[in-house]
Design a protein around this ligand. Sequence first.
Ligand code: SAM
Length: 249
Amino acid sequence: AGVLYVVATPIGNLGDLSERARRVLAEVDAIAAEDTRETRRLLAYCGISAELIAYHDHNESELTPRLLEALESGQNLALVSDAGTPLISDPGYTLVAAARERGLTVVPIPGASAAICALSASGLPSDRFLFLGFPPRTQARRRAWIEAVAREPGTLVLYESAKRALDTLRDLQAVLGDGRRLVIARELTKQFETFLLGSAGTLIARLESDPEQRLGEMVILVEGCPDSETDATHNESIRVLRLLGESMP
Ligand code: SAM
């Protein structure tokens, strides 16, 4: 059987495409791509012409059997998304899971991912973090979603579109308060790469007063729950357990 390569592509700076990724993309029989136009541009930059198959959220389950068949018949395939690492808030999970289930060989070709790229230079604790992907789009659901991770001690890493950034920052402030450090990592690896550091309130004021900071792509990072708050919850749980114990026969 053939091999499925999961190939990371740059998140802005084309220089970040690895030598190995380039070689794999040039050698596979076909490339399953989230947006074939986007991938064609990358291939043109590398001087590669390849067969492209459109593989995105809307045809993922329909196309997966066809791609599995191709793999089983001995073809080597590469999976790429528009930018960064496939499956990380991008299509590919259905295919990779199904390939694994059938015992096919899946080989990762690592490279950029905006979440790790942002975390690595944010200055926030990186020993423990929780990747959350994109927040829900309505305020009520977004607040509940933030509430659910409010006690997480690790750094929170989320993706957001620039046009919804202010709403999300306001909800982070409403649910978590203004005591944590936040980082907005914008336009990573590109010409206008910017890191903004501060409390939710500071960053909200910055985005409100400077429309440029609301353009492009961004990762939002939030310092984890401070020890004192997790301790407080812990102490509260112990108190409740003790009360329960006292009221039990
Ligand atoms: N699979 C990709 C990865 O590994 O990073 C992520 C794809 S997701 C659909 C796109 C989101 O990733 C954007 O909305 C933004 O939050 C983040 N992102 C991608 N490229 C970025 C960049 N150059 N700078 C900042 N954030 C970026």
